[in-house]
Design a protein around this ligand. Sequence first.
Ligand SMILES: [Zn+2]
Length: 368
Amino acid sequence: MRHPVGWSRRDFLTSASCLGAAMACSRLLPAAWAADSIAQDPRVAATPLLDKGFASSRKIGDGVYATIADTTKGYDALCNGGFIVGRDAALLIEGHHLPTAAAFELEALRMVSQAPVRAALNTHYHFDHSFGNAFYGAQRFPIMAHAKSAGMIVERYASLQSGGAPALLSGFEKAAQEARDEIRKQRAAGDLQAANLLVNSSLHTALTLPSEPLDPAKLPVTIELGGLSAVIEAHHGHTPTDITIRVPSQNIVFTGDLLFNGSYPVAFDANMAGWMKALDTFAKWGKDTLFVPGHGAVCGQEAVAQERGALEDLGNHAQKMFKAGVSWQEAAQRYEIPEKFKKLGYFSWGFCIGGAIGRYYEELAPKR
Ligand SMILES: [Zn+2]
């Protein structure tokens, strides 16, 4: 099937229902709000502050609220987020997938405070964390992100808007046609659906770029909100643009996609060594740390250890295959999920498993 260069609304609606199928097919299960390990944590409120199906917001500390996305009920949020509010100012966390989800963050904030918004933050450039920025732009809120985020949004998504979409999709279509057995066909179909989601979202979004770039050389930085401080740190793990937001006084961290709880992480533009380093840093923050992951339920250190274990297992497999002279694409197909990680979902095989193995290969044999 060839894709038209221009996309009509009908194409989008058709593809949007494909997206529903993609989500249903992907092995991402509906997330519980909080992991079992922290269900009794006194910091976490028993009832939501605001629940709109696609996301719900709950208090997880004094002036700290987490938003957990539920993709079974809508794609507005797609990623988690939240807000931090002190006496004098507030920070909103994540632009989400659609402006309606960014509006959700402000609505939840206004239920508890009228403090001015110091900024809205994107934890990294990915579309599901930045495409709802238009709402913040319309409110004239500064949008903070890693200094490289704006450039990567333009490089990856504006390029799809200016004619790059058919070429991207045709690569995935070719892979789906050429897959040689049932398992590989299913994986390739999942990858194509994920690529369709990315393309459709890109073609129907007015990109709003971060307006307040954070130079990683000048991080960490502490933002005083009035009786409450948030520390912003830079990492290079999930993407070259990762930032985390931490409330040290209450041991709460918004990790962005450096942490996926309950699924293999998306890793196609990751730095695996940097990612391990970030997870080691998270582990050092102590056993009482409350994590708001980029995707999945609010969790504790067990989720950090689990993700580290899963990435390490992928790394060991990549090393073995690399030594045996197997291509990274074939190595990705030969990966078998070990029993202990069988309960983990994944957005798509290629974006998660293939992405990680491809990146490990690059780190084993860097391009000159
Ligand atoms: Zn991401």
